[in-house]
Ligand binder design. Sequence first.
Ligand code: G3P
Length: 219
Amino acid sequence: MKFYLDTANLASIKKYNAMGLVDGITTNPSLIVKEGADFEETIKAIAKEVYPHPVSAEVIATDYDGMIREGLTLAAIAENVTVKVPLTWDGIRACRTLSQQGHKVNVTLCFDSNQALLAAKAGATFISPFIGRLDDIGYDGMEVLEDIRTVYDNYPSLKTEILAASMRTPLHVKRASMIGADVATMPAALIKSLTRHPLTDAGLASFLADWKKTGQTIA
Ligand code: G3P
């Protein structure tokens, strides 16, 4: 499973990229606003930092013509920019046009496997089901992820990658990787938290306590 960082924070991207943990970046309007910098400049800097890995940048327009106009502007920022469009009727139309023109498209705000099927038929490069936001309202985000995996596997001609988004917990990561999501996009803190296990901490403390008794050091 590929790891994408779900952030527009360049410092954090640089840090995780240096560790070889970044296979791509996803952003959305809320993440861009959080950084308080110019949108296009931010995407340009991120795309350069992680090249040739993909960087999703989302359109703001909600109508087809506006999405195409903005999508082309975003795609022109760098070769590795993926245009992100919402899963609406106009978004699906824009996905088809942009992908037919050779651009990569991430269809976002997906909450159901029928939506994912539609996006794949429109040529989406990525479909982004939002796991955490489904859990938030009492649905099972992982069940939707499983449904999408099943539907896509039933029709091998569909080439869309499943990009599990709105990932909040290590359990989300574990289950997404077991279901076979192609990509999981996560905040940096979630990636870091994957190292943690109480038995790792306890085991290390016990090894170090025993070692201290020897009075030895390793040069
Ligand atoms: O990739 C989509 C993601 O940014 C949404 O996450 O936690 O705001 O639901 P969240």
